[in-house]
Design a protein around this ligand. Structure first.
Ligand code: B12
Length: 446
């Protein structure tokens, strides 16, 4: 039996003005290139728990319209799903089914909209893949595939995480590879459409397992750049320090996503730098109190962090770790003044990297349900617009046209060659000043 693991790759955006502008902005193009090439860790993970008597292949389809026929001769295919590409994933699934290949669909979008996905699949998996996948393969082998496998309600222990099949990749095609160290997040941001939707509890992977994955990658790529496919790496401070100490022995460069509280632990920041951390991506969301109000739904945590933002960025960056600060445009508390507020904040903070996206109502999120109730979703089920760059909701304090214009003009300003250059110079200047301070203090002490 042969199973094809089929990933849709590349990034998506339908906002033509933004795409055209993006092509002229070196900072934007550079960032898009970096993120556009990443393999599907979800599928490599499932391949890793597929029994040895089943042949497996991993294939990426960047543009379905560009391929005449679907790739490979498989008995079954496993296709992953994000909302923005779900239309393509369904068309791909339909084409496989037409030629008699059994189709199993899973992933974030399928878990949020199972009924919809069932129309294009022989079987679907809801939630984390690992608890159900062995059963799916057994049922495929005995020709008794069920329609729906539901992993919800079981939380897969990451102590049992399988080794992803990195060796299936043509590694020359990638500028970084992903490894996961944790799932879930202790916070509940209304818009979040990441792993909390399938892993409701926060859980960490044992450090030894993370290191084994990195060592496996090093067998095919001796000096890799690792992107942790995490939502919030440094929540569990004991695990965090164990992780970075172990990473320091691997001599890799790495990037991850975390929250602003990482700045509160100087020891951790030092260890992160020493272990090869190049950048942390942090969801700052908004520089204003009104913008942040109510985003995190348990304790309004994000709003309570706002006054710490500037100092936190300074602290992280002076350790030689660049911060990629992410802002969401069109939040309910934000009016048209928010574009200049973000601009001013970015200038003052000296953020090395910035990401601006528009508020997006992904299926399965509390935000989607609320906006639907309020009649503010512009086109229902238009999942192709879930790109983070396309507006599909009626903002509370501005018009759709104002939001789109604000996105465009802020993108132009933030990614202009001069401003990117200015931010980079400021980062290195401040880093040098910090190193000089350390040297001076040491000299005084000796
Ligand atoms: C790496 C990554 C990418 C890579 C993806 C490479 C790939 N082909 O998969 C790249 C850079 C290409 C990418 C692109 C995009 N991404 Co992205 N990306 C991520 C990131 C950082 C990590 C995802 C990951 O690897 N998770 C770890 C794996 C193990 O989890 P998983 O994929 O969910 O898989 C598990 C289950 O879902 C399930 N499963 C998954 N697939 C299948 C299939 C079957 C058959 C079965 C049984 C089970 C199953 O089993 C797995 C193990 O439990 C997340 C953010 C984050 N921190 O998580 C955003 C994220 C997934 N991306 C997001 C978005 C919006 C995009 C883009 C639309 C951006 C854009 N404008 O283009 C595009 C989508 C284009 C596309 N090709 O689909 C959103 C998706 C939200 C959603 N619900 O749809 C996220 C959550 C970030 C966010 N801001 O909210 N992304």
């Amino acid at each position: 039996m042969k199973i094809g693991f089929i990933a849709m790759s590349g990034v998506r955006a339908h906002n033509k003005a933004l795409t055209d502008l993006g092509l002229t902005l070196p900072g934007f193009v550079e960032r898009s290139k970096v993120i556009a090439s990443l393999p599907s860790l979800g599928l490599l993970t499932l391949a890793g728990m597929t029994p040895a008597d089943v042949d497996v292949a991993y294939v990426e389809v960047p543009d379905l319209d560009a391929v005449a026929d679907v790739p490979g001769d498989y008995d079954a295919v496993a296709i992953s799903s994000f909302s923005a590409q779900i239309g393509e994933a369904y068309r791909l699934a339909d084409r496989y089914r037409e030629r008699g290949t059994q189709v199993v669909l899973g992933g974030l979008h399928v878990s949020a909209r199972p009924e919809e996905a069932l129309q294009h699949a022989d079987a679907i998996v809801i939630g984390e893949g690992e608890p159900s996948w062995p059963m799916v393969v057994t049922d495929l082998k005995r020709g008794a595939l069920r329609r729906c496998y539901n992993s919800r309600g079981t939380s897969f222990p990451l102590e049992d995480a399988p080794m992803p099949r990195f060796e299936l990749l043509d590694v020359d095609r990638y500028n970084r590879l992903t490894v996961q160290t944790q799932r879930g997040c202790p916070f509940r941001c209304e818009f979040c459409a990441a792993s909390i939707r399938i892993s409701p509890t926060y859980k960490v992977k044992p450090v030894a397992k993370v290191m084994a994955e990195i060592q496996r990658i090093k067998e095919i790529w001796p000096r890799p750049f690792i992107e942790f496919a995490d939502d919030n790496t440094f929540v569990n401070k004991r695990h965090s320090k164990e992780l970075v100490r172990a990473l320091a022995r691997e001599h890799v460069r790495w990037f991850t996503e975390t929250d602003i509280s990482v700045a509160e632990d100087e020891e951790l920041l030092g260890l992160m730098h020493d272990s090869g951390c190049a950048q942390v991506l942090i969801g700052l969301e908004s520089p204003s109190a009104a913008g942040l109000e109510g985003i995190e739904q348990k304790t309004n945590w994000k709003a309570k962090q706002r006054t710490k933002y500037m100092q936190a960025i300074e602290r992280i960056q002076r350790h030689g770790i660049t911060v990629n600060g992410c802002f969401v445009l069109g939040l309910d508390g934000a009016g048209t003044e928010s574009f200049d507020e973000i601009w001013d904040f970015v200038r003052e903070s000296g953020l090395y990297e910035v990401q601006i996206t528009v508020q997006t109502a992904f299926p399965g999120t509390p935000l989607y349900e609320r906006l639907r109730r309020e009649g503010r979703v512009l086109r229902e089920n238009a999942w192709e617009l879930c790109t983070l760059f396309d507006v599909n909701l009626k903002p509370a304090r501005m018009s759709v046209a104002e939001l789109e214009a604000g996105l465009l003009s802020l993108t132009g300003r933030i990614y202009s060659d001069e401003f990117v250059q200015e931010r980079r110079e400021k980062f290195f200047e401040r880093r040098r000043a910090h190193l000089r301070d350390i040297a001076a203090t040491r000299e005084m002490q000796s």
